[in-house]
Design a protein around this ligand. Sequence first.
Ligand SMILES: [Zn+2]
Length: 282
Amino acid sequence: MPAAQPEVLFPHLPRFAGLVERWTARGTPGTAPATPGAILICEHASNALPVDWPELGGDLGISAQTRASHAAWDIGALGVARGLAPEIATACGGAVLVHAPLSRLVYDLNRAPDHPGAMPETSEIHPIPGNRNLTDAQKLARIVAVRQPFHTTLSDVVMETVALGRRPVLIAVHSFTPVYMGQARAVEFGVLSDDDDALAFAILRAAEGCGLECAYNEPYSAKGDVAHTTRMHAGPLRLRNTMLEIRNDLITGADQQEEMAARLAPVLIEALDACDLTNRQR
Ligand SMILES: [Zn+2]
């Protein structure tokens, strides 16, 4: 009897898998070892829209201003993650970065499919016309074409590493707007955790004196809905994990991103070392 073929939903639609970059244990870009000690994640790395795919929302009917704003992506987060990765790779024996190919307004990869913020009709003060009154079929198309491929990429990287005997740390890199709903935010560097707070607290300890206004579970708490990715990929395997939130006015330009990465890399490495997550003990 031939093997049963799984049903393929929306076969005509493309799949927007996670984008993968790797660093060797020497911190150079290239083929990471099969067992990288750190997996960095950037779910809000991009403000690209599926303009050729109206079935997936096309340009969402949003203004250029909305597309450039924090509503569409985490400004500066990818640049900081790329700056951190080689340093962390050197300390941890290789690193992988998995980042999003599309804007979170198409599908927010850090939200569960039934979360109202997954395909929001409004994001803060920005209306998202292309997300209004989505049918079940339209929502499912985005989940199949955008959400699932990203999380499959990430899951594959995590599972392959674990299968080969390494328990990688998962670090999600985000940025946040300095003013939200008219409220100014004083915190500059937030370290978030859900039920596993060991690494987050180690980072906060290591960050003392780094010159940034630091806070735990701010500007929002990972005890709420914002830890979807780390919960899903680190939680079941009990992998150490944290989410970093950097205020985006500090990392708007490439120079600032590089500077922030240089400032935070030693902080993170000290904390990873304190949690026995570097290669120092190996
Ligand atoms: Zn984010």
